[in-house]
Design a protein around this ligand. Structure first.
Ligand code: SF4
Length: 167
């Protein structure tokens, strides 16, 4: 944990050399390209839970997002439709996007399902999850194209972002 003053340039807090993207605000936050993050200060960034994570250029943002989405989809009692049906479906589809190969309509399906769950839960868990999904679809658009063509540009697919082990 680090205390930092508002107004501090993000790159002074989080070294961005060799990074491809930054996750602002934790798992209910947003991915932004590292080139965009270098322009941000702490007060201009939407920091949500106050958690920042940088993605090295040799890691796959889609793979990381898919793992986090599976974790988020499992973090509810499934009492509302978006968590019972929507988030597990989105998480499973995102795993398809994270694996290079034919993806059919999965990309547009994920975007459409994100719109269907937004604002429909009794709390904001689905909304935060959808925020992460949408930012991944835009920030990693080039990687999505690569995966759809059957290859991944990230040589290291070792898990990076921490999620609890499933029991
Ligand atoms: S929307 Fe909130 S309250 Fe409803 S099931 Fe999901 S986490 Fe639980």
């Amino acid at each position: 944990m680090t205390e930092a003053p508002f107004g501090l340039p993000l790159h002074r807090l989080l070294p961005l050399d060799g990074m491809s993207a930054v996750l602002l605000g934790g798992y209910h936050g947003t991915w932004v390209p590292a080139t965009e993050a270098t322009q941000l200060t702490l007060d201009s960034a939407s920091l949500g839970a106050g958690v920042l994570a940088a993605l090295p250029a040799d890691r796959c943002g889609l793979t990381e997002t898919a793992r986090v989405l599976r974790y988020l989809a499992l973090q509810s009692a499934g009492q509302c439709g978006p968590c019972l049906n929507g988030l597990p479906r989105i998480a499973a589809a995102f795993t398809t996007l994270a694996n290079p190969g034919p993806q059919g309509s999965t990309r547009t399906d994920v975007a459409r399902w994100a719109g269907l769950v937004e604002g429909r839960g009794a709390c904001h868990h689905p909304d935060g999850t959808v925020r992460l999904v949408r930012s991944a679809l835009t920030t990693f658009a080039a990687e999505l194209d690569a995966h759809a063509s059957g290859f991944c540009t990230a040589p290291d697919r070792t898990p990076l972002l921490p999620v609890p082990q499933e029991t």
